[in-house]
Design a binder for this molecule. Structure first.
Ligand code: NI
Length: 421
């Protein structure tokens, strides 16, 4: 009996063990299935040893922004904004912010000694498609220097430009627009002035600058002079850039303006001053600009003897031709050099040794008869050589390169010569 009982118990035990084992097996299967259905988070190791990131967003979400491509239509109005005397570590960037926002460009004529104050601004200018030109090294009156002293100054400036951007500018805007034959024909650069002085250096008030420019009428083909060292100018630019575009103007660089509006590639040892602007108009045959990254050919510089500049008698203003009525009376009183703004100290170093400029004509503080700037340059208004002399000279040369850009005004005069810094 006992035996029978033992057999029954053993059988029961065996059955229960079998059931147990089956249960375990089922559970394991269930767990594996569950594992496969779990979403994989993070990196999962693949059989081949690689990893994959399941959380990758669909490719569609990664659409890179299309780079903006600026296209110039030579048949449409265009204006070249130019900013002198920088770079300024704050205001230059404010101006660039505005240009970048509106896909506009400008040309910056920079003072070599100021470049170390904001080398990044120069790099940014080039990245945005702007043009960088030289405005001498210490804002000297190049028109009063002998050629070799001028070249020394320009070369020193070039070293600063090269240190910042890797390249030297091919454009030169002489401070005050002051030139002599050496500057005009023997600088190795293309010398370009302007034809509309916005007088920002005088008013130093954004609203005044804006309303003045808005009052000038047709600006097609003009080069506007402004200064990047004033907060007021940077503020005015915020309004002017979108306004100019709304008026249908394309913002172009100086080189682009010459190529597409005047049909010329700027040449070294050439002067493009006031006379040029009043004797040329829009071309029918715009030219293409060469690749800006192409190597620059070395330029030969002819030797130009410069006679000591005679002191000019200050002349009473008797404009022979009535000036355009559209110009608001230029704010007068530039007799005294505009109050010096603590502009970014342009030069910590003294001017390079130079021969005393031949008889520095005493700073002519001729009341700049500020003839209203020639806002509209009537193309072909006069093809004769009797047109106003080009160079707007200055009325208040800086006593040293140290001073902030004083207001330059024309001494040279013709009735409609622009005033400038
Ligand atoms: Ni200047």
């Amino acid at each position: 009996m006992n035996r029978i009982l033992t057999l029954i118990l053993s059988f029961a035990l065996l059955l229960s063990c079998l059931g147990c084992s089956q249960q375990t097996q089922n559970d394991t299967t269930k767990d594996l299935t569950a594992d496969l259905q779990q979403p994989v988070e993070g990196n999962a190791r693949l059989p081949d040893g690689g990893t994959t990131t399941e959380a990758e967003p669909p490719a569609a979400q990664e659409q890179p922004e299309e780079p903006y491509v600026r296209v110039i239509d030579p048949s449409k109005p265009m204006v070249a904004l130019t900013f002198d005397d920088g770079p300024h570590p704050v205001h230059s960037h404010t101006i660039l912010d505005t240009l970048e926002e509106h896909h506009g460009v400008a040309t910056f004529f920079e003072v070599g000694a100021n470049v170390p104050n904001a080398p990044d601004a120069l790099v940014r200018m080039l990245e945005l498609g702007c043009e960088v030109g030289s405005h001498s090294n210490i804002h000297q009156d190049l028109g009063k220097l002998k050629q070799k002293d001028m070249l020394l100054d320009l070369q020193t400036a070039d070293e600063a430009f090269i240190a910042a951007t890797g390249k030297a500018p091919t454009l030169l805007r002489p401070p005050y627009g002051s030139v002599n034959d050496a500057v005009k024909m023997g600088s190795g650069r293309s010398v370009v002035t302007w034809d509309v002085d916005t007088l920002d250096w005088e008013s130093r008030d954004a609203a005044t600058v804006v309303s003045y420019i808005q009052s000038l009428g047709d600006l097609d083909g003009n080069i506007l002079l402004m200064h990047s060292i004033y907060e007021s100018t940077a503020e005015a630019t915020k309004t002017l850039v979108p306004w100019l575009m709304e008026q249908g103007y394309q913002l172009v660089t100086v080189s682009e303006l010459f190529a597409y509006y005047y049909g010329e590639l700027l040449q070294p040892n050439q002067f493009y001053g006031y006379t040029y602007f009043v004797t040329h108009g829009r071309t029918d045959t715009p030219v293409e600009l060469p690749d800006p990254n192409a190597p620059v050919e070395p330029v030969e510089i002819p030797v130009i003897d410069v006679e000591p500049e005679p002191v000019k008698p200050s002349k009473p203003t008797t404009p022979s031709q009535p000036t355009q009525p559209t110009q608001p009376a230029a704010p007068s009183q530039p007799t005294t050099p505009a109050p010096q703004e603590p502009a970014p100290a342009p030069t910590p170093t003294p001017p390079p040794a130079e021969e005393p400029a031949p008889e520095q004509p005493a700073p002519e503080v001729t009341p700049p008869e500020t003839p209203a700037p020639p806002a509209e340059t009537p193309p072909e208004s006069s093809g004769s050589e009797t047109t106003p002399a080009d160079p707007p000279a200055e009325s208040a040369p800086p006593t040293s390169g140290e001073t902030a850009p004083p207001a330059d005004t024309t001494t040279e005069t013709p009735p409609a010569a622009p005033t400038v810094p």
